[in-house]
Ligand binder design. Structure first.
Ligand code: SF4
Length: 361
């Protein structure tokens, strides 16, 4: 697993953002910190906020990374890794839903780091897609919109993908969301069933389905780009074909639909036996949903589906979707011809299950 947070010793007293440069000639911004020495303690960088020493990672691996240094905790977060296409900012850990399979269980407290995240975005490499996630980012809707507007104005090359439960969009947001900067934002929104009661039950919030429909109306009026997301669990697998009908009829404005396999972490870790669906032995509902969505012209993807567990005719819909920093492959994958196209497994997926499940292609 690639470490996203490393021990750090800094001369600063307050959190700050810095971009690390091994090559002094690459330093073009006052926020750039340049390598001064690398020894057994680790690489040390010098910048606007003084000296910064990082442990457990070599300087070359950090070239161009945008870091959030937190002197109070003695850690530095690799917010935007230069060589990665998987960069996500966790803007809050609060959430107003409590999904049964949540991979990032919410906390009650919020630490406002929007200003630091904005600085980080402005230092990002060109043409990057930055993910924004939580908790629920739209609990801080003004801060979120403001960040997107300011960064998008200065850096029109940057795109955002925001994961949101879409419980907080209002009619009064339409004009703001119609601005050009929001054309470069894709909203990843979960919908777990065509039945309101079942969706509400899965997300742990009465009325969530109906509130989501109101938000869809707002986003439709604003011309927003939407990626619909459905995590497969035992509670919704049989609803999938009917959900496909809803997607193809009432939600035709969505850009794509991602059907996602479960991640064994967070709440799903201890509820695995009651949640996980083995699509390899029961692919029929997934196939029916895919067929219907494709027949009606919807772009549809299978995320977190190892390719060899998917019938051959649907394999092209299963990309290498798991982020590089948390992806692993089973030992048997070494002989597979399609490893470079495959999502593999989450780092925390049990090896014994992965090994028993796969059949190298
Ligand atoms: S054997 Fe491994 S790499 Fe190949 S398709 Fe299966 S999970 Fe993916």
């Amino acid at each position: 697993m690639i470490p996203l947070s490393v021990p750090a010793v800094s001369e600063a007293t307050m959190p700050y953002v810095a971009r690390l440069r091994v090559d002094p000639a690459a330093a073009t911004d006052e926020a750039d910190a340049v390598l001064v020495v690398e020894d057994e303690e680790g690489p040390s960088f010098s910048g606007l906020h003084g000296l910064l020493t990082l442990e457990g990672v070599c300087a070359d691996a950090l070239e161009g990374d945008v870091m959030l240094v937190q002197p109070d905790t003695g850690r530095a977060e690799r917010l935007l890794r230069h060589g990665s296409s998987h960069n996500t900012l966790l803007v809050t850990e609060r959430c107003d839903q409590l999904c049964v399979m949540c991979s990032q269980p919410p906390r009650k407290t919020h630490v406002d780091r929007f200003a630091l995240f904005e600085q980080a975005c402005l230092l990002a490499r060109p043409n990057i897609v930055i993910g924004i996630t939580g908790g629920e980012p739209t609990l801080y809707k003004d801060d979120l919109f403001g960040l997107i507007e300011r960064v998008g104005t200065v850096r029109p090359d940057i795109e955002f993908h925001v994961l949101t439960n879409a419980q907080h969009f209002e009619a009064s947001d339409v004009d703001r969301l119609r601005q050009d900067v929001f054309r470069r934002v894709s909203w990843g929104i979960p919908l777990y069933s065509n039945e309101p009661a079942r969706h509400d039950e899965i997300v742990g919030k009465t009325g969530a389905f109906d509130r989501l429909q109101r938000s869809f109306h707002v986003l439709l009026l604003a011309g927003a780009r939407i990626e619909l997301r459905t995590v497969l669990i035992q509670d919704n697998i049989d609803h999938l074909p009917r959900l496909a009908r809803l997607v193809a009829s009432r939600l035709r404005f969505i850009e794509s639909w991602s059907i996602m396999q479960l991640e064994k972490t967070g709440f799903a870790r201890n509820r695995w036996a009651g949640l996980f669906v083995d699509h390899k032995v029961g692919f029929e509902p997934v196939a029916a949903a895919l067929d219907y969505a494709l027949l009606h012209g919807k772009a549809v993807h299978l995320f977190n589906f190892p390719r060899c567990t998917v019938p051959a005719q649907y394999r092209a819909l299963a990309p290498a979707s798991i982020s590089d920093w948390k992806r692993k492959f089973a030992p048997a994958c070494a002989t597979c011809r399609e490893q470079d196209q495959c999502c593999g497994f989450f780092e925390w997926h049990p090896d014994e299950h992965a090994n028993a499940w796969i059949s190298p292609l």
